[in-house]
Write a protein that binds this ligand. Structure first.
Ligand code: SAM
Length: 352
């Protein structure tokens, strides 16, 4: 039986005590047969080394080792190798109820070394305690909470400092790429990582791509990191363009990313026709569909995003606007939940 002492974070469990000079040999054998419990620390005193065994160890194998090394299995105290509470509540004890915590947990985002939380109005007075707990729990540098919804043309939100170091600039790592950004002045969502990787997989070498709403360059840089494509990243937010330039320098790219500051309506005529257009502005991308379709080469692909409750309306909107041009839906997917019953849909559609 394993006795947990939560305060000292150590447990009494089955282990082997062995004289130091033979310890390495035994440890190698235990690791090879997956019998060493790696959640707890091997420790030693002047003469002996103590090794924790997995709960359901292989008795036959262990008995053979006991004979060979002339040792015994007994109960010893072991400390947790890396105590990382899986539950935020471990740091809040009785300060906040489990239901309240669940609300916060759902909103938890980590961007680089910054944690961003949502705090419901009824928990405003406990925000500092929650911030400190999040800091300890995540071991990140700073904790902020969402002071507003994502708003305005730049799709940014106000963040209020809660704990740690008050510095909003950070570098977020994703699939070997580094994105520098300030989450209060530019849009960035770590929850779109899978979507970015899906688009990267769709892209063929040599494509000419326009990202209509490129932000800090999350899609263009993800693509250019592994594909020899030429991507024009347009954004109306000068801060986003500044970070796109930084991110081009921060990453080793095989393709080319060209940042362009401006309203896509005003810059589109200066850009070449594209093999692919990316439109991740799900609330209002539909207003730009016509110029996108007109700017696609024959057989080009549109990566179109829209908030909707059903995927048929998303497809129909694009098909209707494509008019006589033949369309082929390559894929339609729920990228993430937006609100109850409403999804952030991603449509990949080929337009002849
Ligand atoms: C939802 S964010 C997406 C950013 C980026 N694609 C990403 O996924 O990380 C939409 C971006 O579109 C930009 N934007 C909004 N209206 C625009 C327009 N008319 N022309 C160019 N960019 C625009 C905003 O500044 C914002 O950075």
């Amino acid at each position: 039986m394993m006795l947990i002492n939560k305060n000292s974070l150590s447990v009494e469990m089955k282990g082997i005590k062995i004289i130091k000079k033979n310890a390495n040999k035994l440890r190698t054998r235990l690791i090879k047969e997956k019998q060493l419990c790696t959640s707890y620390k091997v420790h030693s005193d002047d003469e002996y080394v103590y090794m924790p065994l997995i709960t359901e160890y292989d008795e036959k194998f262990i008995n053979s080792l006991l004979d060979e090394f002339n040792v015994n299995v007994d109960d010893y105290e072991f400390k947790h190798a890396q105590y990382r509470p899986t539950n935020f509540l471990d740091f809040l004890d009785d300060k906040i109820s489990e239901e309240e915590m669940e609300e916060i947990r759902k909103s938890f985002d980590v961007i680089g070394d910054i944690v961003i939380l949502e705090i419901p109005p009824e928990l405003e007075d406990k925000k500092k305690v929650i911030g400190e707990a999040a800091l300890k729990f995540t071991k990140r540098r700073s904790v902020y909470y969402k002071k507003s919804k994502i708003q305005g043309v730049t799709r940014t939100r106000k963040l209020e400092f809660l704990a740690g170091v008050d510095d909003l600039e950070t570098i977020h790592k994703e699939f070997g790429i580094r994105f520098k950004l300030n989450p209060s002045t530019v849009y960035f969502s770590p929850r779109l990582a899978t979507e970015r990787s899906r688009i990267v997989d769709e892209v063929k070498e040599g494509e000419v791509i326009i990202d209509f709403f490129a932000g800090i360059g999350s899609f263009p840089i993800s693509i250019a990191h592994v594909k020899d494509a030429k991507i024009y990243g347009v954004d109306i937010n000068s801060e986003a363009i500044k970070y796109m330039h930084d991110n081009i320098k921060l990453n080793k790219l095989v393709g080319e990313v060209i940042p362009i500051e401006g309203d896509i309506n005003n810059v589109i005529d200066e850009l070449p026709l594209a093999d692919r257009i990316i439109m991740n502005l799900p609330g209002t991308a539909k207003d730009f569909l016509e110029i996108a379709i007109n700017h696609l080469k024959c057989g080009g692909i549109l990566n179109y995003y829209e908030f909707s409750s059903d995927y048929n309306s998303v497809i129909e909107r694009v098909e209707n606007l494509a008019g006589n041009r033949k369309t082929t839906v390559l894929d339609i997917r729920k990228v993430k939940s937006q609100s109850p019953g409403v999804w952030h849909f991603g449509l990949s559609i080929k337009i002849e």
